[in-house]
Ligand binder design. Structure first.
Ligand SMILES: [Zn+2]
Length: 412
């Protein structure tokens, strides 16, 4: 499968009825109903979440080698499910690919493992359990479903798909990461067992096929062995598990770019597994993937702003990021609007969703008003024209022009 070609006609494949991350369970059921009608995919008996919402395990293929694909065990990570719905369309529509998968593999696909979490846009299930820390304790019915399938089918591979925070960046350019991948560790020593090596090779092949499309925006997700997590548990059981994490770039609030990248990754990974082409790829590529660096981007970096004071004048960058309105560290709904100054200095090592070159601007007001944690509601004035920019308006994510000579930059 030529991934760059597929990228060219992705729009024709993508599930058109859901374009927003905050879709509802009902929207999802409608799409599932459509696939059910087509009768190409084989729907297994429904499973149930804690609050008795239906979960729809799907089977496809008659091959000996078994592959599990599951999404959204964290309810507020919907890009994974949307990419998987795109994949279902692709699988139904692409004859040659379908034939290959059908012959070589048996896919078990579980989209939206945590429908109760989706309804509240919450990471956890209705009991407040993090399903990805419940692989051994099995308190949640959702974890028991995964556990049951894992034991029943003895999967060779598993794709475990999530969303991540939007402030991750990858080297060398500190751009926001759109896709991070990981071959989870299977013990405390981080040994490279044969099954982990296979995951690394598939990831390497996915990386090579996407490199030019998502240039400098693909990274290796950093994680230590977590015995209670599913990826690690599957790996312990000898399943080559692969973690995919969808990110966000620029102001792509609906993460449509990441959705496409994850969709293409699924297509490539499944093909690589079916043809076993991963065997010819060096795992060194995996080790050379850039690291995924957390909280390394700001919503806005104001660069080269001059500050005048009675002591001395100086030039700084200001890093502005939104802070969460709740105390829930797991809440990453991406649409909160409380912008604060969170760094001051030379900020070259950080990524910026938006940046503004303030080389020809000076801070309006005293240097002592610029401090960490302060609301981004200060003004800067141009040294070249009669213009004052109010950074406060940035928080509305919309350019806002006034008539009295004051303008706000179009950071969108
Ligand atoms: Zn997650």
């Amino acid at each position: 499968m030529d991934i760059s070609k597929l990228n060219g006609y992705y729009e024709q494949i993508a599930e058109q009825t859901i374009t927003e991350r905050r879709f509802k369970y009902n929207d999802f059921c409608q799409v599932i109903g459509k696939h059910f009608e087509k009768k190409i995919l084989n729907f297994l008996p429904e499973e149930f979440s804690f609050e008795k919402r239906k979960i729809f395990p799907i089977m496809f293929g008659e091959g000996k080698r078994k592959v599990l694909i599951f999404t959204q065990m964290h309810g507020n990570e919907p890009t994974s499910t949307l990419a998987l719905l795109d994949f279902l369309n692709f699988l139904e529509q692409t004859q040659e690919y379908q034939k290959l998968v059908n012959k070589e593999l048996t896919l078990i696909i579980i989209p939206l493992l945590n429908p109760d979490g989706l309804e509240k846009f919450d990471r956890r299930n209705a009991q407040g359990i993090d399903i990805n820390r419940d692989a051994k304790t099995l308190i949640s019915p959702e974890a028991r479903i995964l556990d049951k399938f894992s034991k029943q089918y003895n999967f060779e591979f598993a794709l475990n798909i999530h969303d991540m925070e939007l402030y991750y960046t990858s080297k060398p350019e500190n751009l926001q990461t759109s896709l991070a991948m990981l071959a989870p560790e299977c013990n405390e020593n981080g040994d490279i067992t044969p099954s982990r090596e296979k995951s690394m090779k598939v990831i390497s092949e996915v990386f090579l096929s996407l490199e030019s499309l998502a240039k400098n925006r693909i990274a290796k997700y950093s994680d230590k062995f977590t015995a209670e997590a599913f990826g690690d548990t599957l790996m312990e059981r000898g399943t080559s598990s692969i973690l995919l994490e969808a990110g966000s770039i620029f102001n792509d609030k609906e993460r449509l770019f990441a959705r496409k990248v994850v969709f293409l990754s699924i297509v490539k990974a499944v093909e690589s597994i079916a043809t076993e082409s991963f065997k010819n790829v060096s795992k060194q590529i995996y080790f050379q993937l850039p690291e995924n660096i957390r909280y390394n981007a700001f919503d806005l970096i104001i660069k080269n702003l001059t500050v005048k004071s009675k002591y001395e004048n100086y030039t700084i960058d200001l890093g502005i990021r939104r802070i969460k309105p709740t105390f829930n560290p797991e809440d990453f709904t991406d649409d909160f609007q409380d912008y604060r100054i969170l760094n001051i200095g030379k900020l070259d090592k950080f990524g910026a969703i938006n940046s503004f070159d303030a080389s020809n601007y000076i801070l309006k007001g005293d240097y002592s008003e610029i401090f960490i944690g302060r609301k981004a509601d200060f003004e800067i004035s141009s040294t070249q024209k009669n213009e004052i920019i109010n950074i406060k308006s940035y928080g509305k994510h919309r350019p806002h022009r006034r008539n009295n000579g004051r303008t706000t930059p179009t950071f969108d």
